[in-house]
Design a protein around this ligand. Structure first.
Ligand SMILES: [Zn+2]
Length: 214
């Protein structure tokens, strides 16, 4: 993030290759024709030096570095909330049900992760204000994405029908194999608790007996 920020100082001087290993070149496509015809800052000019002194100001760069983790975890947070959408916590699912839901969430995420920003009829990008919980009342502006596509679901249904037509038996068998792959449930804390109390009472009794023997 820090390297990306500092590359901006080069970019405005028409320098798009950078010496920092973390960010070696701008991510925009090669600038040609009209895109190259900009009022770039002259390297070494007073304006470029001034901009560098502001943008590379230590305290500011430190803040930019702080932005990094939040930016990087955004996609992971979006994936987690998508999983909750497919497999809500308030409902219990069988192993096969949960497994299928997780696969569906991954399919949906992969086919919709790089959606373009939605645009108005005038072609302007659309944005919305959000109040994420971690901001504790603060707001962030996020681009509104285009509507998600469900093409993966159609493909799934088509292959399901195809497999069923080939052999309903084979489909049932593979479903049974998947179900039997369910790991044994881990013991619930409520089941472990009485055992602990029981062993504690044994310990207490033993202690009582040994103490009284003396
Ligand atoms: Zn650039």
């Amino acid at each position: 993030m820090q390297a990306k920020w500092k590359s901006m100082i080069n970019h405005v001087q028409d320098i798009h290759e950078h010496s920092t290993p973390a960010f070696t070149s701008c991510t925009h496509p090669p600038l040609e024709g009209e895109a190259r015809n900009k009022e770039w800052l002259e390297p070494g000019s007073p304006a470029a030096t001034k901009l560098e002194s502001v943008a590379a100001w230590k305290a500011l760069v430190k803040d930019i570095r702080q932005l990094s983790p939040q930016h990087q975890t955004f996609s992971l947070e979006a994936y987690h909330s998508l999983i909750l959408h497919f497999a809500p916590k308030h409902t219990g699912f069988s192993f096969l049900g949960m497994y299928s839901r997780l696969l569906l969430a991954a399919l949906h995420f992969n086919s919709n992760g790089n959606r373009d920003v939605a645009r108005t009829s005038e072609g302007e990008a659309r944005y919305a204000v959000h109040y994420p919980r971690f901001r504790k009342g603060g707001w962030v502006v996020r681009p509104i994405k285009e509507k998600p596509s469900y093409g993966y679901a159609t493909n799934l249904m088509v292959s399901l029908v195809e497999e069923y037509c080939k052999s309903p038996q084979a489909l049932q068998e593979s479903s049974a194999v998947l179900s039997s792959a369910a790991p044994p449930p881990s013991p619930l804390p409520s089941r472990r608790f009485p055992r602990m109390r029981q062993s504690a009472s044994i310990l207490h009794d033993t202690h009582f007996l040994t103490c009284n023997k003396r």
